[in-house]
Design a protein around this ligand. Structure first.
Ligand SMILES: *[C@@H]1O[C@H](CO)[C@@H](O)[C@H](O)[C@H]1NC(C)=O
Ligand SMILES: *[C@@H]1O[C@H](CO)[C@@H](O)[C@H](O)[C@H]1NC(C)=O
Ligand SMILES: *[C@@H]1O[C@H](CO)[C@@H](O)[C@H](O)[C@H]1NC(C)=O
Ligand SMILES: *[C@@H]1O[C@H](CO)[C@@H](O)[C@H](O)[C@H]1NC(C)=O
Ligand SMILES: *[C@@H]1O[C@H](CO)[C@@H](O)[C@H](O)[C@H]1NC(C)=O
Ligand SMILES: *[C@@H]1O[C@H](CO)[C@@H](O)[C@H](O)[C@H]1NC(C)=O
Ligand SMILES: *[C@@H]1O[C@H](CO)[C@@H](O)[C@H](O)[C@H]1NC(C)=O
Length: 392
């Protein structure tokens, strides 16, 4: 609709038929104000659209000299998320496709976060306070004298560019409200499985379990359920053996490479130099004769190596065989390196985009100081894109 069409022509016609000069003055005055109004509208429109991001940024801009960095991100599935968080008491605002929504004071997995529409309930001043609170708490993680402003691009998740932004977003995933509702969660030793259809685990089921450290409680529980269970741990002083009628132990590890001379980093479990036999999941499935078989449950606790391994699982296209996947994610003080965090964040989002959605998270106590940054979480996924017609 053209703005010019409306009142201008309506007032033009009667005036032009009248030759009175005083009326002409009135006409010029009217035109002058019309131009002013049109200019006002045009300039106003140029400032639009005032999106939610812009709205937030505007608020943050003027809030205080201590406002240094704003971290936000847009993830395509299942909801568009915008994060703006405090450390312990996380405060999130996210754009869900239609409304900017806020989760406030979400303080752990046992608390149900309250979602409130931001625009209607939170006043500018309150939002500014939340933002300042977030920035103050995050200040220990970066140089508080440096000012950085990020441009918002809702079409890209590449607004995450620094280690601490990536760490914040990974932390968000660890603490986010559960995305997939599993009504029947069963404890299996030291892990959980989802027993909701269609994910129900029942014989003939195949289970891969990586990282045992002498605790076979999960493996034995899955074995009792009637599953074929393959357990792996190269760090144990236990040789490869048959553990039961349908359960096996291998002194091998999962990795992103195939080698018999993998030298692991020293940690809590590896006190001296060792050489391990490690395989990719794709190679293990081949060697065990499970090529193209469904893995009902894949469990992994591999002390920081999971990031590279998940990358490899994605690259080698084996996740399509997996129905449930649970693993402990680790961010140790120096492993993986902070310079890799942005990539780790991308790995996590890639996994989610492949259909792996969390139904239960168990975040461990964390340390959010740069010098000894530490964050870990047990994450339980179901594969919502599993192709039920291709695999029985
Ligand atoms: C979170 O906020 C509540 C109330 O604002 C406070 O009582 C609680 O101690 C906070 N939790 C943490 C971990 O700071
Ligand atoms: C969501 O936003 C739309 C317009 O963008 C508005 O009409 C609607 O009332 C909002 N809903 C809530 C629950 O705030
Ligand atoms: C987004 O949030 C608004 C307000 O909370 C809600 O009414 C709406 O249904 C949500 N939309 C989606 C797609 O979740
Ligand atoms: C930040 O600036 C203040 C004042 O200029 C200075 O005292 C302080 O040492 C600086 N902090 C860092 C981490 O550089
Ligand atoms: C995002 O993508 C849509 C559709 O391709 C486009 O219309 C829009 O301008 C893009 N937004 C930005 C900020 O690039
Ligand atoms: C293993 O199989 C043998 C022979 O079929 C049977 O006697 C035994 O009870 C089985 N053991 C277990 C633990 O299922
Ligand atoms: C699922 O597998 C079947 C049989 O292999 C195939 O025809 C179908 O296209 C697959 N569906 C999807 C969504 O990939």
């Amino acid at each position: 609709m053209s703005l010019i069409n409306l009142p201008v022509t309506a007032s033009w016609r009667p005036v032009t038929t009248n030759k009175c000069p005083s009326k002409q003055t009135i006409l010029f005055t009217i035109i002058f104000f019309m131009i002013l109004i049109i200019l006002y509208v045009v300039v106003g429109l140029k400032q639009e659209p005032k999106t939610e991001i812009k709205y937030l940024l505007d608020l943050l801009k003027g809030s205080s000299p201590k406002v240094l960095k704003v971290s936000y991100d847009f993830v395509t599935e299942p909801r568009k998320i915008m994060s703006l968080k405090t450390i312990q008491n996380i405060s999130f605002q996210y754009y869900n496709g239609s409304n900017l929504t806020s989760i406030e004071n979400y303080d752990g997995p046992n608390q149900t976060p309250t979602e409130t529409p931001l625009k209607s309930t939170i006043k500018k001043k309150e939002l500014r306070m939340q933002a300042t609170n977030y920035l103050t708490q995050y200040a220990s993680l970066f140089d508080p004298n440096k000012t950085t402003t990020l441009k918002a691009d809702p079409n890209k998740s590449s607004t995450i560019q620094t280690w601490w932004q990536a760490a914040a977003m990974i932390d968000w995933y660890f603490n986010a409200p559960r995305r997939h509702v599993c009504s029947e969660i069963k404890t299996m030793g030291n892990w959980l499985i989802c027993q909701d259809p269609p994910y129900t685990v029942r014989p003939p089921c195949l289970v891969y379990s990586f990282g045992i450290n002498y605790d076979f409680s999960f493996d034995d529980a899955m074995s009792l359920l009637g599953c074929e269970v393959h357990s792996f741990d190269p760090s144990m002083k236990t040789e490869t053996m048959k553990r039961g009628n349908n359960s096996f132990f291998y002194k091998w590890g999962i990795s992103f490479v195939n080698t018999n001379t993998f030298v692991p980093r020293l940690d809590w479990y590896v006190k001296s130099r060792q050489e391990w036999t490690v395989r990719t999941l794709k190679q293990l499935m081949k060697e065990l004769g499970h090529e193209k078989r469904t893995i009902d449950v894949l469990k992994m606790d591999v002390e920081g190596y999971e990031w590279g391994i998940v990358s490899n699982l994605i690259e080698t296209d084996v996740l399509k065989y997996v129905r449930q996947f649970m693993l402990e994610f680790h961010l140790f003080p120096n492993f993986p390196s902070m310079s890799d965090y942005v990539h780790l964040y991308q790995t996590y989002t890639a996994l989610r985009e492949m259909g792996f959605i969390e139904y239960f998270n168990y975040p461990h106590p964390k340390t959010l100081k740069k010098a000894h940054f530490n964050n870990q979480c047990d994450v339980h996924f179901v594969n919502i894109y599993f192709n039920w017609t291709s695999q029985a």
